[in-house]
Design a binder for this molecule. Structure first.
Ligand code: PEP
Length: 256
């Protein structure tokens, strides 16, 4: 049985004091009502990783980064390696987010290198994929997501998949307030499981944790999370307040 996961992508928000305030508020709520079926992960900016890790000591909240560089180390001014992220205490890293594909021109080959270096450094990967509005309107959604899975995960083994969570995030739904309907999301999630079976081995799809992301809020979380192939959510805007993120975790607990 796949575990439910609710992960928060803080993007470029929260200074260190703000990050500590948020995570302490969240921790308090989760300690009052501990989730029984849902893995909770927070992904603050790099600067807050080590302090947030410290603040999370003794809690079950997982910690992840939002990016890494694809080389082990070297003269890459301003970049952060997988080992550096690991040394903060983080266990996860988001790779392939549409904002990185769009603003930093990260293509499949780069994402593939980043996933490989993350796994080599024993970081679990939250791998984001999803189509643009134009691609959806042209009926290309399935082609786009299957290409992303094929090329981003090139050369990986079924064993590697155990350390990967996929997040299906239609680009047109991220930060826009537009959410995919539960049926639209379910259709893609179910298709992704077939693609994983075809690319890896039978059972790969069934075993994969696949999250939905794109304007998930307390008001729409339950209907999305109750779909059979949706295992949780990657949450942007609504994870920046402890109250709304906690309500999404509660919704996951209710449907789990
Ligand atoms: C995200 O950043 O991954 C995301 C889904 O953002 P939002 O929830 O704000 O759409």
């Amino acid at each position: 049985m796949r575990q439910k996961v609710i992960a928060g992508n803080w993007k470029m928000y929260k200074t260190i004091p703000e990050a500590l305030r948020l995570v302490n508020q969240l921790r308090k709520k989760l300690e009052a009502q501990p989730p029984r079926r849902t893995r909770v992960i927070v992904c603050p900016p790099f600067t807050a990783l080590a302090p947030v890790h410290e603040a999370l000591q003794g809690s079950n909240i997982g910690l992840g980064a939002q990016n890494i560089f694809w080389e082990e180390e070297g003269a890459y001014t301003g970049e952060i390696s997988a080992a550096m992220v690991k040394s903060t205490g983080a266990k996860y890293v988001i790779i392939g987010h549409s904002e990185r594909r769009r603003y930093f021109h990260e293509e499949e080959a780069i994402i593939n290198k980043k996933i490989k270096i993350a796994l080599k450094n024993k970081l679990k990967v939250i791998h984001c994929i999803g189509e643009s509005l134009e691609e959806r309107e042209q009926g290309l959604t399935m082609e786009v997501v299957s290409n992303q899975v094929e090329w981003d995960l090139k050369d990986l083994t079924p064993q590697d998949l155990k350390n990967i969570i996929i997040a299906y995030e239609p680009v047109w739904a991220i930060g826009t307030g537009k959410t995919a309907t539960p049926e639209q999301a379910e259709e893609v999630h179910s298709f992704l499981r077939d693609i994983l079976d075809a690319l890896f081995d039978k059972g790969a799809g069934k075993g994969m944790t696949i999250l939905y992301g794109g304007s998930v809020k307390p008001e729409n979380a339950a209907s999305l999370l109750s779909q059979p192939d949706i295992d949780g959510a990657l949450v942007g805007g609504a994870c920046l307040k402890a109250d709304s993120f906690f309500k999404i975790i509660q919704a996951s607990e209710k449907v789990g």
